[in-house]
Write a protein that binds this ligand. Structure first.
Ligand code: GLA
Length: 721
């Protein structure tokens, strides 16, 4: 991938930013504008990058404009900007020229390149940061914009990253969805002009679209072949990504916070740090690219990403709002009987004046409901302990029902337009987290729970409404700009989470937003896992978990066995076992065999969870293109792997007739295969007394015999001693 450059002078600065496999190379032109001259597979001799521009014939007046490393608006540049400002004197022009750069090795795997650019006329300065995780081939990119003028500068658009990618064609995969329909992929070939992926929903920003995508170059990449970039923005609010195919048919990518209704003031001597845009590139298909992200996320991003997780029993679908102490005590015992680590008490435990007996009231009043729980949370924690199970609890601290004491006491804490009718999602409104008082309130909810009950072992943090009627009484009162609200809300949320983690660094927390309405790598600094969707129909989950797995590792994807769908218990369990296993069923309703199966399943899961959580994922048979799905996890030392297969078609004869190739094994090792999680009194049809070389399994393949009689199959593959 190369790009043209008008003149090549002696004092040209070339900046290669390299990971183990890839390079992003920047170079100055005669006017000291810094452009991207190369993105792709790394060269063994970095000196050769200087010659890249000589190979290009794309050298008309657009050269050096389109490929800007951080496109300024309003001067020589006439294409979609990364940074657009209004200066303190009202002038709207901006130019950015190269000043200096440095690369610091943070440790033997992480390097940080920072590049200073500045406007030659106005005192605005930008530092671009590229943090490279060398072994993982992941780059985290952000910018810091500094106002050194005497008065305030208005940021009109302030992207995190600006890339320039050159190929014959571009195939963008993005995702759409809604409640219980998360992560539907669509792949399209990009054509001339700008394709925007964005969200303007505020709090539950990803309800219709997550900030994650992939772009294949030249042709659509497969799991094992093709050039592909996976990208995601680490920001829990409105985002915007511009994909512009320019007049050279090159791709300009600009990603960051959505500037919609969000012009942001920067006072004299203040800085604005954008969120991180995180990406990886592979020449060997989406499988390798997603393993890059998983390795990075576990090691560097997700809270306790290399650690362990708790299996759990959740009462949401078992009781909804209808429970009391006695019922819950029974459920603790059921959880223990099942063998899971923790019981998770869901919505409905709080509020008295307007009791939380449905989703219509009580949100905001975080005192135990005295009718349901006369002895309080402390009693439940103790009861759970007596039953031999840990205790966790659901909160939705950013929200309020109008029918609540909180709303009555603090109407000015609520995001709503003072002169317009209120508009609700799930009968509720977001609290104004731009307000420090509200931040303290939200922190206080969790702090009180933990202070009073230090043994609370898990939090499910929900967020069920998007932001309508964006308006902050606090910003108004403190004479700040309303257009700060979307950004300051998210900053306020991070302040709360930061404070919470400073005091309670370890407690596992699930990131939930009515399902997967808020899943991103900034939030996952504070959370150990996320809830992909309220839809737990296992057939649907196969597809959803598959798509999420391009960006997030299995240990972060909560997957519960529930009563959704028409599939048998074994199928539902086998699907949940490819993620972080939990249950949301009435254990006492299980017949003897189902209970026996489930107990066995929990203990089987304990024997494979290390591979599922920390191993390498290989997606083998795509359910979108086949009548079954198959994927496997292999331990890093290639000693053990687990293969999951699920029938997704329902036509006569659907299933695996022929072997398909496994991946991630050692060709020279011999492996035994063993079917796991068989339902009581059923037998495997797999020959278990046979060993296979890794070469055989990865060349000839393996057939788990998934079919209408065996709709889900889990096979353990272990190196023979
Ligand atoms: C949201 C969550 C569910 C459950 C309910 C409780 O919908 O996604 O899992 O916690 O809220 O009201």
């Amino acid at each position: 991938m190369i790009n043209g450059f008008s003149a090549y002078a002696q004092n040209t600065v070339t900046i290669p930013i390299e990971s183990k496999q890839n390079a992003l190379v920047l170079q100055t032109d005669k006017d000291k504008h810094l452009g991207i001259i190369y993105f792709g597979k790394k060269l063994s001799n970095a000196n050769e990058y200087q010659s890249v521009p000589l190979q290009s014939r794309q050298s008309d007046s657009n050269a050096g404009i389109y490929n800007s490393v951080y496109t300024p608006a309003g001067s020589w540049n006439i294409s979609e900007p990364a940074l657009q400002v209004t200066h303190s004197d009202g002038n709207k022009s901006l130019d950015l020229v190269y000043v200096s750069h440095k690369t610091v090795n943070e440790n033997d795997n992480v390097t940080l390149t920072s590049i200073v650019l500045k406007d030659p006329v106005y005192a605005v300065e930008v530092t671009l940061f590229y943090k490279t995780y060398v072994q993982e081939n992941v780059t985290e990119q952000w910018s810091v914009i500094r106002n050194a003028e005497k008065g305030p500068v208005m940021l009109q658009k302030y992207a995190s990253a600006n890339l320039y990618l050159i190929a014959k064609d571009y195939f963008l995969t993005h995702y759409n969805g809604s409640w219980a329909r998360e992560m539907n992929p669509e792949e399209e070939q990009l054509t001339a002009g700008i394709r925007v992926l964005d969200s303007k929903l505020g709090t539950r920003a990803n309800l219709f679209q997550p900030p994650s995508f992939s772009v294949s170059f030249d042709k659509p990449a497969t799991e094992t072949e093709g050039k592909v970039l996976l990208g995601t923005l680490a920001w829990s609010g409105n985002f915007r990504m511009d994909f512009e195919v320019d007049s050279y048919h090159n791709l300009r990518l600009i990603a960051g916070i959505n500037n919609y209704a969000s012009e942001y003031p920067l006072n004299a001597n203040q800085e604005f740090k954008t969120p991180s845009f995180i990406y990886t590139f592979s020449e060997n298909g989406k499988g390798e690219a997603s393993r890059n992200l998983h390795n990075w996320a576990r090691k560097y991003r997700i809270l306790d990403g290399e650690g362990s997780r708790l299996t759990l029993l959740n009462n949401w679908e078992a009781t909804y709002f209808d429970f009391n102490e006695e019922k819950l005590s029974g459920l603790f015992k059921d959880g223990k009987k099942l063998g899971v680590d923790l019981f998770l008490l869901d919505d409905g435990w709080f509020a008295n004046k307007y009791p939380r007996n449905s989703d219509q009231a009580g949100l905001g009043d975080w005192q135990e409901n005295v009718k349901k729980l006369p002895h309080g949370i402390g009693y439940l924690v103790k009861e759970a302990k007596n039953a031999g199970i840990k205790f966790g609890i659901w909160v939705e601290p950013e929200m309020v029902n109008p029918k609540s004491e909180l709303y009555e006491k603090h109407p000015d804490w609520v995001i709503k337009q003072p002169q317009r009718p209120e508009h609700y999602m799930r009968n509720q409104l977001p609290l104004d987290l731009s307000n420090p008082e509200v931040q303290n309130f939200v922190f206080g909810i969790l702090d009180k729970l933990f202070t009073e009950n230090p043994e609370i072992a898990y939090i499910k943090w929900d967020c069920n409404a998007i932001t309508f009627n964006a308006y902050s009484a606090y910003l108004e009162k403190s004479k700040q700009k309303q257009s700060q609200l979307y950004v300051d809300y998210v900053k306020g949320l991070y302040k709360v989470l930061e404070k919470l983690r400073a005091k309670y660094p370890k407690v596992p927390m699930m990131l939930c937003s009515g399902g997967g309405g808020r899943v991103d790598y900034e939030a996952l600094k504070y959370f150990t896992e996320f809830w992909p969707s309220d839809n737990t129909d296992p057939l649907e989950r196969i597809f959803m978990q598959w798509e999420y797995s391009y960006f997030f590792p299995a240990l972060a994807q909560s997957a519960h066995v529930t009563d959704w769908g028409k599939q048998p218990l074994k199928f539902r369990t086998d699907v949940a076992m490819m993620g972080k296993l939990g249950y949301d069923i009435v254990v006492s309703h299980l017949n003897e065999k189902d209970l026996q199966f489930s107990q066995q399943a929990v203990s089987t899961y304990n024997s494979i969870k290390d591979v599922v959580w920390h191993g390498d994922l290989y997606r083998l048979v795509d359910p979108k293109k086949n009548d079954f799905a198959s994927l496997m996890f292999a331990s890093k030392n290639k000693e053990k792997a687990v293969l999951f297969s699920y029938l997704t078609g329902n036509r006569n004869g659907d299933g695996s007739d022929v072997p398909f190739r496994l991946q991630g094994l050692d060709p020279a090792k011999k492996y035994k295969v063993k079917e796991l999680n068989l339902y009581p009194e059923t037998k495997t049809v797999i020959q278990e007394n046979q060993t296979y070389s890794g070469e055989f399994l990865m060349t000839v393949g393996f057939n788990p015999a998934v079919n209408a009689r065996r709709t889900s199959v889990i096979v353990e593959i272990s190196a023979a001693q």
